[in-house]
Design a protein around this ligand. Structure first.
Ligand SMILES: Cc1ncc(COP(=O)(O)O)c(C=O)c1O
Length: 782
């Protein structure tokens, strides 16, 4: 991606953009020799006093700086180990350690300067990230993420050029450089280019050799390792490192922890150092030249792989979104989906557990009805069709499917047990973590679904205020207190429904009018797609405080997305209680009730909120890992950037395609496409327009239900591909409207509105004119 930019170009650009970045060295200037005049006082060369660099950098990091420290890998990882461990590692400071000439790159240095144990020692420091670029381009691509991460990081510096074309760098994610299911080669760093050439040579012989460039060894992409183990005959690890503590050890640990059995052939330095010489000679002599690697991989397969059948699972290496079964007209074949649906009908009412995932939200006959697997931002349906997922399980998958760090945390906890007879330490740990990142979270309790905690919050508010009425704005779950106020209210006693009223968003005067001396709380999503105006949230807080009413934020969608601390952090307004779920644990079921200690104290005795699975540990382990990843990788900021770009470029496209009545709205992390019956679309049904766009996007490999629920796994290239698809689909929409053939262009029944009316239920005070049915094409809530 960044072949023309050098390491020092990118470092300079990062330093210019962020004055916290400092460059530190002890006369090791090989890759940074042009920086001193440009960085001035932010280039610190300590001369021969290498020892001072680590402690000094830790001190600078404590004062908010981000030091990027350059030294020989041997010095950094061995001589300075104790300083790194004590000053940087234990304090988890964002010091970036760039180790020159690690592994075989220390070709002329003699054994005493060989850093062939550096991964082992750095891995011993909890929380230390380890990045091993395969070439200069990958290093350059990785640098912004490394500098942006708050984690201490060790970089095995490798500025060598290569012909490889990489996918964008994501910390903790491997990339697959060559496909195949016979032998899987797991490598990182300097040896990757030769290993790719060897795999390519084997492919010419008909041997499928999958090259997995692990890229980061801590955190390592466990899912990629496990996928290789489950789908290939034999694994080979390739490293310019001792077999102890490096890639071989890491892979072995992952396999043992997950109880996966597969032959593994290690290729590295087996209990000895290498003979110093020129790099090409070292590679030849140690068996890592292209020719030697080709022969060694072939032998590994012959000796260890013949007895193991290749798994039937399709490789998930393909980045294409159009593979799988397609009918001749290009729409996916969904025969297996339809067959499963036929079995579900009459057995599972609605044939779904989540309304937004059901057939009513997807064009019948076109959209898949059942998904089988997911990886990153991609899903595969039961017919084998792959899609880029823009729904992401209706919110939870903020990091993406099979996120290695989260899956590893779940697997590690699974090995210890799932649900226990007494509380588990994770309950305390996760509560502490939540208190750290969520404003106002003086107390924390756990539930399973969003509606558990919105319901607990409402009950608490009623108990605390001694009042019964609830004002709400938005969707809050299926329980009586809320759903009774909508038009899907059968089974809810009228007396319960009569206690809840809806109020309009951004209308402080209306809320003030609606509050009376029986109002217990105002519960609302702090923001959905419309921005809060004129200090609405702060005004609401003041109003509630003045009238003795509790303010509850329903942060199911905003939590951990809009900012790490959700809408409360983003808008600087803290509610009395705040409820979270969805993104907390990247797909595991858990919800959080947080808020004022004096209110939450009622949960000690007076207010009952207990459940069998509230302390289930797989979800808690997933929550701990997810929150750590969201924080370390600064995911909310990345979602904001990518999503804003998508929204703005899509709006330009709708203008240029002549369909300006199609708009993309919302904050970057979650945007919505709206369809208004205006202009050319006057008289058209917005739900039919939405269905048409869905149908055509599905044909092009995008699973779309009107929203862009972005995750950390969505890349700039994904957004580019999606915009390219919109650029094809929007003119088709225009033509269908012009020719008045929209409805007949649909290949199946259109999507439905979730509620016949979506707002203005039981409004307080009563409106003068009855509300009209909402049919805005804005789709499902849950
Ligand atoms: C804003 C909001 N609140 C509450 C809920 C209810 O959450 P759950 O479906 O997990 O009970 C949802 C579900 O989509 C939601 O979007």
């Amino acid at each position: 991606m960044s072949a023309t930019r050098t390491y020092e170009d990118v470092l300079l650009a990062l330093a210019e953009a962020d004055e916290r970045v400092l460059v530190v060295t002890a006369e090791n200037r090989a890759a940074i020799r042009n920086l001193p005049p440009k960085l001035g006082g932010r280039f610190i060369d300590v001369g021969i006093c290498e020892q001072t660099m680590i402690g000094m950098s830790a001190g600078l990091a404590l004062r908010g700086r981000v030091p990027v420290v350059h030294a020989l890998a041997t010095f950094l990882t061995l001589r300075a180990y104790e300083f790194i461990r004590d000053d940087v590692g234990i304090a988890k400071l964002p010091v970036k350690l760039v180790g020159y000439v690690p592994g075989f790159l220390s070709d002329g240095n003699g054994p005493t300067h060989q850093a062939v144990d550096d991964i082992a020692v750095m891995r011993a420091i909890p929380g230390m990230h380890i990045v091993c670029p395969a070439d200069g381009a990958e290093l350059v691509d990785a640098l912004p993420a490394i500098v942006a991460s708050p984690a201490p990081t060790y970089v095995r510096c490798n500025v060598r050029p290569s012909a490889l074309v990489h996918t964008p760098f994501v910390l903790g994610k491997a990339e697959t450089l060559t496909p195949g299911n016979d032998v899987a080669v797991l490598a990182a760093g300097l040896l990757v280019p030769s290993a790719v050439e060897a795999c390519t040579a084997l492919a010419a012989e008909g041997i499928g050799a999958r090259l997995v460039n692990l890229r980061t060894l801590s955190p390592v992409d466990e899912a990629a390792i496990l996928d290789a183990a489950r789908t290939c005959r034999v694994l080979v690890t390739v490293e310019d490192h001792l077999l102890v503590g490096g890639i071989y050890s890491i892979v072995a640990e992952v396999l043992v922890r997950n109880r996966v059995s597969v032959p593994v052939v290690p290729m590295g330095l087996d209990g000895r150092y290498f003979k110093p010489a020129r790099l090409p000679d070292v590679l030849e002599c140690e068996g890592f030249s292209v020719g030697k690697l080709t022969e060694r991989f072939r032998r590994a397969l012959a000796e260890h792989g013949s007895k193991r059948p290749v798994a039937a699972t399709p490789s998930r290496a393909a980045a294409s979104t159009t593979n799988g079964k397609r009918k001749p007209d290009g729409y996916p074949d969904i025969a297996a989906s339809d067959a499963l649906y036929a079995r579900a009908v009459g057995l599972i009412p609605s044939a779904t557990q989540t309304l937004a995932k059901g057939v009513g939200q997807h064009v019948r006959g076109v959209a898949p009805k059942f998904l089988q697997s997911g990886q990153g931002a991609r899903v595969v349906d039961v017919d084998g069709n792959e899609y880029l997922d823009l729904t992401m399980a209706v919110g939870p998958l903020v990091l993406g499917y099979r996120e290695p760090a989260v899956d590893a945390a779940i697997a590690a906890q699974l090995a210890q047990g799932i649900t226990f007879s007494l509380p588990h330490p994770l309950e305390v740990e996760v509560a502490e973590l939540v208190r750290e990142v969520v404003p106002g979270a003086e107390n924390v309790r756990f539930g399973k679904n969003g509606c558990d905690v919105t319901t607990a919050a409402v009950r608490l508010a009623r108990a605390f205020t001694g009042r019964d009425k609830v004002l709400c704005c938005g969707y809050h779950g299926w329980h009586d207190w809320y759903i009774g106020v909508t038009d899907r209210d059968r089974g809810v006693p009228k007396d319960v429904a009569a206690l809840t009223y809806t109020v309009p968003y951004n209308d402080l005067a209306a809320v003030a009018d609606a509050i009376d001396d029986q109002t217990a709380c105002v519960i609302l999503e702090p923001v959905t797609f419309e921005q809060p105006k004129d200090g609405f949230l702060a005004g609401l807080k003041k109003l509630c405080a003045e009238r003795g009413v509790l303010l509850i934020f329903d942060e199911m969608w905003t939590g951990f997305r809009l900012a790490l601390g959700g809408a409360q952090e983003r808008f600087g307004v803290t509610a009395d209680l705040a409820c979270f779920s969805k993104a907390v644990a990247n797909g595991m079921p858990i919800s959080l009730l947080t808020g004022r200690a004096d209110v939450m104290k009622l949960l000690e005795k007076d207010v009952f909120f207990f459940s069998t699975f509230g302390g289930e540990t797989l979800s808690l382990a997933a929550a701990r890992a997810t929150l750590g990843e969201l924080r370390d990788r600064q995911v909310p900021a990345a979602l904001e950037r990518l999503g804003t770009q998508l929204r703005d470029q899509l709006n330009q496209l709708t203008e240029s395609a002549g369909v300006p009545f199609v708009r993309c709205v919302g904050y970057g992390c979650r945007t919505l496409v709206t369809f208004a019956a205006q202009g050319l679309a006057a008289g058209a049904d917005p739900l039919v327009m939405k269905s048409f766009v869905q149908q055509e996007l599905i044909k092009r490999g995008f699973l779309w239900a009107g929203f862009h629920n972005l995750s950390a796994a969505h890349t700039a290239d994904d957004v580019k591909a999606l915009l390219a698809a919109y650029a094809e689909v929007l003119p088709l929409l225009r033509t269908a409207l012009e020719q008045k053939k929209l409805a007949e262009s649909l290949r199946g029944a259109p999507v439905e509105a979730v509620f016949r009316r979506t707002t203005n239920f039981n409004v307080k005070p009563k409106p003068a004119v009855a509300a009209t049915p909402g049919k805005d094409g804005n789709g499902a809530r849950t």
